[in-house]
Design a protein around this ligand. Structure first.
Ligand code: G6P
Length: 632
């Protein structure tokens, strides 16, 4: 994991499905349901839970759709039990259905399992077990885990459950975070993890244990947590210390950490949606991101990752940025920042493309992985490939302790706090802030920017949050404008230079939450194709805050206008010309070109948000999307 001198916060990890577990003297079911609710933001299609009574009686309930459906299903049942596991599912193998929902039980009903991740060799195992008379109920990859476990106990005669789990896991290939209940062992939950996160909350004196696929279902009960590492198997029983061993049967000393995450940071804080809350908290979180790093009194930037690895970073022959989605857009802006200030070539690649070709990596290449969640499967795999080829790995990550943070040799946390809305907002501006700090500090260290430019740029960066606050004051106007766009079927977003990736990010925001087709294009490319689409029904969002290409922006806007397109422009305060030709203009405070994307992205976020709200859509949990994509 990369190390920081200036942080101690532990925040949560994310993944598509959600896991909750509890064992102790309280009623398990309300804790499980409450925990599933906290994990709802991930995006899911069904939910389920299993409860284990003191007499070994096991009850399993599952419901398609929201957690509320599961809650309805169990409300009249007699569920007195202090041990249980629960799950929200996001289908990977097998359609969303009650049968495919977790928990899955073994053939005899002895074991129940919940699982996050993917078992890659499930088909082979399933065929083998079916050949031996095992019957499968679901189409999931998960069911092979629980049936294989039963096979280990009944056919191979392994009596100890942990041993049987160990033998099972030795046969599977893939990613998993699992919780298992065994009817012959009331009170006990067995956990294991490989590539998918799993956290255990420890109650006072080991009297009770909470389990989560991230810490959010746990923090309201305890702040003492253990993050399981890959290839570890844990056994939790109330009143006994947690026992952790590896798949190779080595004992592991548990490492208990104190979480500083507050429940408040997971709530909507009075906003209608997490996304809106996260848009509005950007000025504050960017101040947090810069705290202790941007030093206004010295007009300089201090980054521990840079000081401790200055040799590698200043001598990098090339930076290769790998990321996905919004983080990829941040990477495209990062490329321009680093090339402008550090005079080092930068390539930006989708992690999913990078990992499946044979990229040329040279000895002096530095790979920068950008990720909000730190769990994106493609980014992680691309890093591993780069590592094998000898690249130095640098991470720009939000979630502390996440897999990408642990894989990188060094890096910079964005420190923007948990991001719950599926459409990324504050994580993006946090990434841009980190990339700006990095490029300026490295450029200064290399001597590729002057002292004067550096000091001025640092001061300006420091005041960016104040400028964002001014843009947020425009919210009501943007909401008003959004009304006119709500029924558009297509949108074009245009920008040049730093604003081109921003145009793509604006289009992505709109697509993600309002389901309107939108494309981001470099403005000058419009005439090579997209111009054919422009008519009176096609709103065009133009980010026109780049000074040296301002005149060109005006001619592009005129091209749109002459084809009856509606233009929504983002311009600097004081602008006269663009505002005159555009149908609507949002003015943002003047700032340097290289920092303007941080400010100009705010109206794009708000526009997408209000359009989606007007359409009555689920802004925080858009259809088909997940907060963190931990499968390919
Ligand atoms: C998903 C999310 C996006 C995010 C992308 C990359 O698609 O919905 O908001 O940009 O994954 O995720 P990462 O966590 O690696 O930044």
């Amino acid at each position: 994991m990369f190390v920081f001198s200036e942080h101690v916060n532990l925040k949560k990890e994310r993944l598509m499905c959600g896991i909750v577990g509890y064992t102790g003297s309280r009623e398990a079911s309300p804790i499980l349901i409450g925990g599933l609710r906290r994990l709802e933001y991930r995006g899911y299609d069904s939910a389920g839970l299993a409860l284990l009574g003191e007499d070994g009686d096991m009850q399993v309930y599952k419901a398609v759709g929201k957690v509320a459906n599961l809650e309805d299903l169990i409300k009249d049942k007699n569920l007195s039990s202090g041990t249980g596991i629960a799950h929200t599912r996001w289908a990977t193998h097998g359609a969303p259905s009650t049968i495919n929902s977790h928990p899955h039980q073994s053939q005899s009903g002895r074991f129940a399992i919940v699982h996050n991740g993917i078992i890659e060799n499930y088909a082979v195992i399933r065929k083998r077990l079916m050949g031996m008379g095992y019957t499968f109920r679901s189409e999931t990859d998960t069911e092979v885990l629980v049936q294989l476990l039963e096979y280990m106990v009944t056919n191979r005669g392994i009596t100890d459950t942990v041993e049987a789990v160990r033998a099972t896991l030795k046969e599977v290939i893939g990613a998993y975070a699992i919780c298992i209940l065994d009817r012959t062992r009331p009170g006990e939950i067995i956990l294991a993890k490989q590539s998918s996160p799993l956290v255990v909350g420890v109650g006072e004196g080991n009297s009770e244990f909470f389990v989560g696929s991230d810490a959010s279902p746990i923090v309201e009960y305890t702040k003492e947590v253990i993050y399981l590492e890959d290839a570890q198997i844990a056994r939790i029983v109330p009143g006994q210390p947690i026992s952790i061993t590896t798949i190779e049967n080595r004992c592991v000393q548990p490492h208990v950490q104190h979480l500083e995450m507050s429940i408040g940071s997971l709530e909507k804080g009075g906003y209608d949606h997490f996304m809106l809350k996260e848009i509005f908290e950007q000025p504050q979180v960017l101040r947090d991101c810069m705290r202790g790093r941007v030093l206004p009194s010295r007009h300089s930037i201090v980054l521990s990752a840079l000081s401790s690895h200055s040799e590698v970073l200043t001598h990098a022959g090339r930076f290769i940025i790998i990321s996905c989605g919004t983080s990829w857009h941040a990477g495209l802006i990062g490329k321009q920042l680093i090339e402008n200030f550090c005079d080092t070539p930068v390539e930006v690649e989708y992690a999913s493309e990078f990992r499946y070709r044979n990229p040329v990596i040279r000895k002096d290449d530095v790979v920068i992985a950008i990720s909000q969640s730190g769990e994106t499967a493609d980014t992680l795999a691309a890093m591993q490939l780069a590592k094998e080829k000898g690249a130095f790995l640098f991470g720009i990550v939000n979630v502390i302790g996440s897999s990408i943070a642990r894989t990188a040799t060094t890096g910079i946390y964005t420190h923007v706090g948990p991001e719950v809305g599926v459409a990324s907002t504050k994580a993006f501006t946090g990434q841009l802030t980190v990339l700006s700090m990095f490029a300026l500090a490295l450029g200064h260290l290399k001597g590729t920017i002057t002292d004067g430019f550096y000091h001025e740029a640092v001061d300006e960066l420091y005041h960016i949050p104040d400028k964002m606050e001014k843009v947020l004051e425009e919210d009501a106007r943007i909401a008003d404008m959004a009304k006119q766009f709500t029924y558009a079927r297509n949108f074009l977003y245009l920008g040049r230079g730093y604003n081109y990736p921003l145009a793509m990010e604006g289009a992505l925001k709109l697509k993600e939450i309002s389901y309107i087709h939108a494309e981001g294009y470099p403005a000058a490319e419009m005439k090579h194709g997209p111009i054919a689409l422009i008519d009176a029904d096609m709103p065009v969002v133009f980010v026109a805050t780049q000074r040296h290409i301002y005149d060109k922006a005006i001619s592009n806007i005129q091209e749109v206008k002459s084809r009856k397109g509606k233009v929504y422009a983002i311009v600097f305060e004081g602008d006269e010309n663009v505002s005159k030709v555009a149908d609507f203009a949002i003015k943002v405070p003047v700032t340097s070109d290289f920092l303007s994307p941080i400010v100009s992205t705010v109206p794009l976020q708000l526009l997408a948000y209000h359009v989606a709200v007007n359409k009555g859509l689920n802004v925080d949990m858009p259809r088909n999307l997940a907060k963190s994509v931990t499968v390919e």
